[in-house]
Design a protein around this ligand. Structure first.
Ligand SMILES: Cc1cc2nc3c(=O)[nH]c(=O)nc-3n(C[C@H](O)[C@H](O)[C@H](O)COP(=O)(O)OP(=O)(O)OC[C@H]3O[C@@H](n4cnc5c(N)ncnc54)[C@H](O)[C@@H]3O)c2cc1C
Length: 399
């Protein structure tokens, strides 16, 4: 169910395993995806897919200073390439691998276990029956059961692809996080912080996005747009021509799904977004092959397993105890960061990016084994100031 990156990734792998797959989604699978997806280039290189990058930046920086004086303006150099997917190429490559299987334009409204199978009822009145159903309908799936841990924090962002009176970031540059707060009033500095995510797209076009880490309730798009305008005008930059506006809102700390339910999920519906970075596409590409293999093996078992047993096998693979532990650590970290004011957050990220590159990049990609992740977190704590350590242990303020 679905035709976003998660659905296409898992369908391609299921087909590769020789399984019979029917996909249904509210739109055709070749309809362009609405979001632009970014990723650290090395993550794609390790999958042998670097050719799917549409743009790649060598000059990658962040700003964690206060924006005043030489030190406050100095960038942190990441020395690590970042890229944007060539959306069309990624979608085409995945669809090509899906082959001739059937895609139905349908919206699922209800899902029931019937005997050993699962039935999906659609708005059209059509019903589909399968041995196991995978919900890849995104973060807001209403079919997946998960525990209620209270309000879910969401990442919100407001962005523009535009032409400007002068470059909002240096030519050829990618800015992961510009946290400089010197354009904000005292009152605004007491609000939950936001940062600029920006890049030079070439030919005089830039993408600038005011982004908040994760808050509940999330920062509003109006507030983020106002902050973006303030930030740009403070640097003497005017928007000349808007080519595209992006409004982004998705949950960062969605609880893990109930792993005994007879419906399996993949992608946003399976809480696969990285709780510290908000990224997911790398994880989809890495984790789809093993999930598909596990399902293919489970499908071949005699006597045949029913939907509940098949889904359970899938959940065990998708959320192994190692991955669950890692997820808990990330969620713990995010909860702490959500309590930090802008000065402490800047200090946190400045310290985080002092870690060896393999450590911070592995942390952000979620590719470090549990013991290594723990070591990295301890090392981060060790190199932190006392003020930061206290914040990491007990939280700071609350928004
Ligand atoms: C603006 C934005 C920018 C992001 N940027 C990045 C990034 O740079 N890098 C990164 O790794 N991650 C990024 N993310 C996070 C994450 O990767 C995306 O949210 C990603 O699109 C989630 O993929 P998905 O396939 O799980 O869900 P979606 O992309 O939301 O796709 C869901 C699919 O399910 C279909 N569907 C929904 N309901 C039904 C139904 N009832 N019946 C049938 N079909 C249904 C939809 O039509 C759609 O095809 C971003 C998210 C947003 C919102």
């Amino acid at each position: 169910m679905g035709a976003g990156p998660a659905a296409l990734c898992i369908v391609a792998e299921l087909v590769e395993q020789g399984l019979s797959v029917t996909a249904l989604a509210s739109h055709t699978p070749d309809q362009p995806w609405p979001n632009t997806y970014g990723i650290w280039a090395e993550e794609l290189e390790s999958l042998g897919m670097a050719s799917l990058l549409g743009q790649r930046w060598i000059n990658t920086v962040s700003y964690f200073g206060d924006g005043v004086g030489e030190q406050g303006l100095a960038p942190t150099q990441h020395h690590f390439d970042y890229g944007l997917f060539d959306q069309e190429a990624l979608q085409r490559a995945l669809l090509h691998r899906c082959g001739e299987m059937s895609w139905s334009v349908e919206t699922a409204v209800q899902i029931n276990v019937v005997g050993a199978d699962t039935e999906v009822f659609c708005r059209s009145g059509n019903t589909y029956r399968a041995r196991v159903v995978i919900d890849a309908s995104g973060h807001r799936s209403r079919f997946i059961q998960r525990p209620d841990h209270g309000p879910v924090a969401e990442q919100a962002a407001y962005g523009l692809v535009a032409r400007f009176s002068s470059p909002p970031v240096a030519l050829g540059q990618f800015v992961l996080m510009d946290f400089r707060p010197d354009h904000l009033s005292e009152n605004q500095r007491e609000q939950p912080p936001s940062f600029l995510y920006a890049m030079d797209l070439g030919e005089g076009i830039f993408f600038v996005e005011e982004t908040s880490l994760a808050y509940s309730p999330p920062l509003s798009w109006d507030e983020l747009r106002e902050r973006l305008q303030l930030r740009l005008s403070h640097r003497g930059v005017e928007v000349k021509e808007v080519i595209h506006e992006e409004r982004c809102l998705f949950p960062m700390n969605l609880p893990l799904p109930d792993r005994s339910q007879p419906l399996l999920a993949f992608g946003g519906a399976a809480s696969m977004v990285h709780p510290a970075s908000g990224y997911m596409v790398g994880a989809l590409l890495r984790r789809a092959p093993t999930l598909a293999k596990k399902l293919a093996m489970a499908m071949a078992v005699e006597p045949p397993l029913d939907s509940s047993a098949l889904a359970r096998k899938g959940w065990q693979e998708l959320w192994s105890s190692e991955l669950v532990q890692r997820h808990r650590l990330y969620q713990f970290g995010l909860r702490r960061l959500m309590t930090f004011d802008e000065a402490r957050l800047r200090s946190f990220f400045a310290t985080f990016f002092q870690l060896p590159r393999e450590d911070w990049s592995g942390f952000l990609a979620n590719t470090l084994p549990l013991h290594r992740l723990l070591m990295v977190m301890l090392r981060l704590f060790w190199i932190s100031s006392w003020e930061l350590r206290l914040g990491l242990m007990f939280g700071a303020s609350s928004y």
